[in-house]
Design a protein around this ligand. Structure first.
Ligand SMILES: [Zn+2]
Length: 119
């Protein structure tokens, strides 16, 4: 069984959509991945977290790093582009740290969540 891990913003408008987009991109079911949420999502964490390391150790193969625009309370006053750039940097850093996993960058705006593989 494949497993995953998703780090996302706690935002009420985007958390569920982000999980659904992650499931669609990875083929994982809702009970096949760990989550970790806080305002701001993945770019709000300065480095790897206990939950992320635990999931990786437990075999998380698909790792998702998420944030959103359209006013995020974790990054008040910042534009969608600014938050997207922070997310990109965070996803690239985590992809190096968890080198054996497949990484995804998820960004929500305008009610949709787009998913791209981190190369
Ligand atoms: Zn947010």
């Amino acid at each position: 069984m494949e497993l995953g891990y998703l780090q996302l913003c706690a935002d009420r408008r985007f958390h569920r959509r982000t999980m659904e987009a992650f499931e669609a991109a990875t083929g994982l079911g809702p009970d096949e991945y760990w989550i970790e949420a806080r305002p701001g999502g993945a770019p709000a964490y300065p480095g790897t977290t206990n939950a992320g390391r635990l999931a990786y150790r437990e075999g998380a193969l698909h790792m998702g790093w998420a944030a959103h625009g359209d006013r995020c309370l974790g990054f008040s006053g910042e534009s969608n582009d600014e938050i997207r750039r922070k997310l990109h940097r965070a996803a690239r850093a985590r992809a190096e740290e968890f080198a054996r996993a497949i990484h995804y960058e998820l960004f929500g705006e305008g009610g949709d969540v787009t998913v791209v593989r981190v190369a």
